[in-house]
Design a protein around this ligand. Structure first.
Ligand SMILES: [Zn+2]
Length: 553
């Protein structure tokens, strides 16, 4: 399944000249003009979300300033200098990822080199990615060099979070903001790439992928890659197929569900859920997406002028405005409360479907009150009834969790199946401990608290990421724990795991992001399942263990 030689589309089609860059006209023209006129600055700051072209343009710029035959400010890509830089083999371009090298020594290594002028070419270009992650001491060391750079040195600092940079650094740099790319720009590029690869893709499918990329060209190309890998051998990548592969649901389905709830039509609302499940969609993703739909509806209901800031296709927008016009803001907010509570509830629940059905019924019944006398009484009765049901469900789940079954993590029947730390724990306890309740002894130390904490809050954390490839794949990933207590993230296939397994920057950003969310630094390992391999056959399922711990508490 995993092809070692396969080059991801976003790498293969990374622009090599300014002419290949899409959607960055102003930045490109400004930089080209500087090259043509010879008025090149010594320090640049490129700000913007990931996958929007910062390092790509930095590299083209590095080529252009050193090119022997620049064409209208663009690199020729043929001279020895262009070729060396293109092959990452030039001493004139020094790249550093501050996410992994953020200490003062890392910066010193770079600064020490600055003293030597380039032996070939005119400029030595230093590209520092995620520069906001440098330590204070490292910033101070860098600042000294930025204050008096040698004539041949150019610094290009790239960051997703310019607000974290010291003002002293900001004031030294020419700043360029890389906003999210428009859906049209991404769609256009996806069309070019599909044509070049001779992939047959429906326009509507490309538009959906471009929208899901949420302004990141890299995510757009990765999603196209993902769809294409799953569609292998099929004639044409259709819109329906794309939704299926990405585990997504057409916005029209959300509108349908919302309208049935709005009419208090419980039966048809539940039917929508059933259809979605029949198509094999992931429940977690479905509920999270429906919540996002409600959020957009809420904004439209509060003020239709928000429509310009919502990245929704014209067709869907018209339908949503119609939905919003017949709704009360308080009603939508009530539903948001119901479904956001649901997202938390179903994360570790084995009864996802029942809980989701309950939420739909609760939302739809809430609409039936109105003119009926005693509607509030009915509602209260209903609420009590639901509370009873919920309690019974929880009790049932607890019973299931406590049952000593042989499902790999069950109560102490085979301690050898636990992770390494669990094995040690069991060995240390020894024979006489058998009389103790086994559940407690086997796991608490096997799962380091920090890892468990992150898994417990996984959905909450990951939902804060912008929508797109990363969020979708991380929400769908499974969790396990490794021999040294590291968090193991397991993806269902190699295409989804590609970024994380091969891109150190990607890994560092996730680790940093989780550190920001949880306040804890956790070592992470990335794995992908082979075709036909089952997660539970090969890994200890951390979600189960975490759930069990919650219930014990
Ligand atoms: Zn050249």
């Amino acid at each position: 399944m995993a092809d070692q030689h396969y080059l991801a589309l976003y790498r293969k089609y990374r622009p090599r000249t300014f002419e290949d860059v899409r959607g960055r006209e102003v930045i490109v023209r400004t930089l080209k003009n500087q090259i043509i006129s010879g008025r090149i600055a010594h320090s640049y700051l490129f700000c913007g979300t990931r996958g929007t072209g910062k390092t790509t343009i930095a590299k083209i710029f590095a080529k252009a300033v050193n090119c022997e035959n620049p064409q209208d400010g663009s690199p020729c890509c043929e001279c020895p200098s262009c070729r060396a830089i293109g092959a990452d083999a030039s001493l004139n371009v020094v790249e550093m990822d501050a996410a992994s090298n953020n200490g003062v020594d890392d910066i010193r290594n770079i600064i020490d080199q600055v003293a030597y002028s380039p032996t070939q070419g005119k400029y030595r270009v230093y590209i520092i990615d995620e520069v906001h992650m440098l330590s204070t001491a490292a910033f101070n060391a860098l600042l000294k060099t930025l204050e008096e750079p040698p004539s041949y040195a150019i610094f290009i600092l790239a960051t997703t979070e310019p607000n974290k940079l010291p003002i002293t650094i900001l004031s030294r740099c020419q700043r360029y903001d890389y906003g999210r790319l428009s859906t049209e720009t991404i769609e256009g590029r996806l069309r070019e790439v599909s044509d070049a690869e001779e992939l047959r893709v429906e326009d509507k499918a490309l538009r959906y992928i471009a929208g899901a990329a949420d302004g990141s060209m890299r995510d757009g190309l990765s999603l196209l890659d993902q769809c294409n890998a799953f569609n292998y051998g099929n004639e044409i990548l259709t819109y329906e197929k794309t939704l299926e592969i990405l585990g997504a649901v057409d916005t029209r389905v959300f509108s349908k569900l919302y309208n049935y709830i709005h009419e208090g039509n419980t039966a048809d609302a539940l039917k929508v859920l059933e259809d979605v499940l029949m198509q094999g969609r992931e429940m977690m993703q479905f509920v999270a997406d429906f919540l996002w739909y409600l959020r957009n509806l809420m904004l439209l209901c509060a003020s239709e002028s928000t429509k310009d800031s919502l990245d929704i296709s014209a067709d869907n927008l018209a339908q949503m405005i119609e939905d919003a016009r017949k709704s009360e803001l308080s009603e939508i907010m009530r539903e948001i409360r119901i479904f956001s509570a649901l997202v938390e509830q179903i994360r570790y629940s084995a009864s996802r479907r029942i809980l989701t059905e309950m939420a739909i019924i609760r939302a739809a019944r809430g609409r039936m009150g109105g003119a009926d006398t005693g509607a509030e009484d009915q509602l209260d009765t209903l609420r009590n009834r639901i509370r009873e049901l919920e309690q019974r469900l929880l009790d049932d789940e607890k019973k299931i969790a406590e049952r000593p079954s042989g499902n790999g993590w069950g109560a102490g029947s085979d301690p050898g199946q636990a992770s390494g730390a669990g094995r040690q724990e069991a060995a240390a306890v020894g024979q006489p401990a058998q009389a103790k309740p086994a559940v407690k002894k086997q796991y608490p130390k096997a799962v380091p608290e920090d890892v468990a904490d992150i898994v417990r809050n996984w959905t909450k954390y990951i939902s804060q990421l912008p929508s797109g490839m990363t969020r979708v794949s991380l929400l769908g990933a499974k969790h396990s724990v490794g021999d040294h207590g590291q968090l193991v993230i397991v993806f269902s296939n190699y295409v989804t795991a590609d970024h994380f397994i091969h891109d150190e920057g990607y890994r560092n950003r996730l680790r940093y992001f989780l550190r920001q969310c949880s306040g804890k630094d956790v070592e992470i390992e990335y794995k992908a399942l082979d075709k036909g391999q089952k997660f539970t056959d090969n890994y200890v399922d951390l979600s189960d263990i975490v759930k069990m711990k919650i219930e014990e508490e």
